[in-house]
Design a binder for this molecule. Structure first.
Ligand code: FDA
Ligand code: NAP
Length: 449
């Protein structure tokens, strides 16, 4: 390709979930401040349309953060992309306030995200999976270096190349299964739950099991107990019982924007203390309301002498075998040391997620990215990977930075401020390349935390 003919974006976003949607908003709001020199951006998403954990949009599931931690408010409280602006547009603001809750359903929040996304459809390509990022060749003399991004079209199957000065990788969490266990039409991970559940005849499910003691496991257990009134439902719980997600005010401060600085600039001991004391704000924990609901259900069944909701506590799943249509689950209990098995018609692994991992996409580019003593990617405070001086382009991460920036890295809590900080960094670095360019700050404007 003739290098002079190709368009080079200021930034290409890989994945278009809430994180990069929030970045698109931050960039647009920069453009409103400095209209003369907008940041050019394009986003690529492999799903056919916008979707935020669609397979877990269970009817009763609520958000785990305040609606005020939306795509923009903490960065810009007067943004037109706030959850409140959405409610106003949907003519539900007054009734929402009458509900007196900070925690809307995930279904309503999904509608909000879709509403916000609809303003960016000209910048997003769906059915477009990014398969590789490389250093571009053929840059003209005096031109800044750029990256080449390879995008596979999910419908036609063809590939195209786009170019950018920066990439923002935001490909999301990676579903985790126990070692050696394979998924199939009756063995599912929670991330595919509603899709797989919709493909079976509910009458064929006489006995089902859900593995795990986190929010996904509790929500799916409750859903199956409601949806399959004829079935026995087993919850395989590795702890003695579900533990509550601590969202009391002091603990919740670990999700504040300022906690990112405390974590990032802290010592190894600081970081270790965050995890030791506050892991239970997010991982392997369940909202109070659902814990009480599940306990009440089991109790009521005992009162009726008709128990079909069973909790196998201090128990982990070791292996899974298929016997015809039936699934034999190998259990390891810390109470009864004898190995046990459980036969079910469907098995759901709500066994959590691994962190976003950019290595596969980076390929050969990874050798320019520096790592810490534990072999993890180093990241600047502005979420840019630390690279060797040869690489001047920016590789920003939205996710996968828990080891450098703390608990909020994979969550929505800090998404507005984080996206503003990334947008600021892109704007600032471009201005440094073009000396006289005006810079307007987004990351700290209107920041409340
Ligand atoms: P997200 O995973 O949402 O989006 C990544 C996108 O990248 C996906 O759309 C994917 O298709 C796309 N993609 C992946 N690889 C690609 C490639 N190579 N090319 C192109 N596209 C690619 N947190 C919180 O703070 N409050 C909450 O209430 C919840 N609730 C919640 C519910 C459930 C069921 C889960 C599993 C998780 C949460 N979370 C949460 C945490 C969750 O990580 C967070 O809500 C967001 O999904 C993070 O947004 P991202 O855009 O970073 O990732
Ligand atoms: P999680 O919190 O990581 O929980 C995974 C669970 O699986 C843990 O209890 C883990 O136990 C258990 N487990 C792993 N391997 C096991 C095995 N072999 N046998 C038995 N148990 C096993 O994952 P999650 O519940 O999916 O939550 C992930 C994120 O999504 C969290 O941020 C959560 O808040 C969010 N989420 C939000 C909503 C919502 O907004 N309504 C809904 C669902 C999820 P150990 O810890 O002992 O390994």
């Amino acid at each position: 390709m003739d290098p002079s003919a190709r368009e080079t974006y200021d930034v290409v976003g890989i994945g278009f979930g809430p994180s990069n949607l929030s970045l698109a908003i931050a960039l647009e709001e920069h453009e409103a401040n400095v209209p003369a020199r907008p940041i050019s951006a394009a986003f690529f998403e492999r799903q056919p349309s916008f979707g935020w954990h669609r397979n877990m949009l269970l009817p009763a599931a609520t958000m785990q953060i305040s609606f005020l931690k939306d795509l923009a408010t903490f960065r810009n409280p007067v943004s037109r992309y706030s959850f409140i602006a959405y409610l106003h547009a949907a003519d539900r603001l007054v009734q929402f306030v009458n509900n007196q809750t900070f925690f809307p359903t995930r279904q309503e929040f999904h509608q909000y995200l879709e509403w916000a996304e609809s303003s960016f459809s000209d910048r997003v390509s769906y059915n477009s999976e990014v398969t590789a990022i490389r250093r571009a060749t053929g840059t003209g003399p005096g031109e800044p270096e750029c990256l080449q991004i390879e995008v596979r079209d999910g419908i036609g199957g063809g590939c195209r190349l786009v170019h950018a000065r920066n990439v923002a990788i935001s490909t999301g969490l990676v579903p985790r299964m126990p070692a050696g266990v394979e998924r199939d039409d009756r063995v599912w991970h929670s991330s595919e739950f509603l899709e797989k559940y919709g493909q079976v005849d509910p009458n064929a499910l006489k006995s089902v099991a859900v593995v795990g003691a986190g929010q996904s496991a509790a929500e799916i257990t409750r859903f199956l107990h409601d949806a399959l009134p004829h079935a026995r439902v087993f919850a395989v719980v590795p702890s003695y019982g579900y533990s509550v997600a601590d969202d009391t005010p002091f603990a919740n401060r670990v999700f504040d924007p300022s906690a990112v600085d405390d974590y990032y600039f802290g010592t190894e001991q600081t970081r270790e203390a965050f995890w030791r004391y506050h892991r239970n704000t997010n991982y392997s924990v369940v909202d109070d309301e659902i814990i009480r609901d599940l306990h009440q259900r089991a109790y009521d069944e005992d009162v009726r002498n008709d128990r079909r909701l069973h909790f196998l506590n201090l128990t982990r799943v070791d292996d899974v075998q298929r016997i015809g249509t039936e699934i034999r689950v190998g259990l390891r209990s810390l109470i009864d040391v004898e190995a046990q098995t459980l036969d079910v018609d469907a098995l759901v692994f709500a066994t959590g997620y691994g962190a976003m991992q950019p290595t596969g996409l980076l390929g050969d580019l990874d050798r320019y990215c520096l790592r810490d003593a534990a072999g993890r990617h180093r990241a600047e405070r502005d979420y840019r990977l630390v690279t060797t001086p040869e690489l001047s382009c920016g590789i920003y991460l939205q996710g996968g930075t828990e080891h450098t920036h703390g608990l909020t890295s994979s969550l929505l809590s800090n998404v507005a401020v984080r996206s503003g900080e990334i947008a600021d960094s892109i704007v600032r670095r471009r201005a440094e390349e073009h000396e006289h360019e005006p810079v307007a700050s987004l990351g700290t404007a209107g920041r409340t935390g």
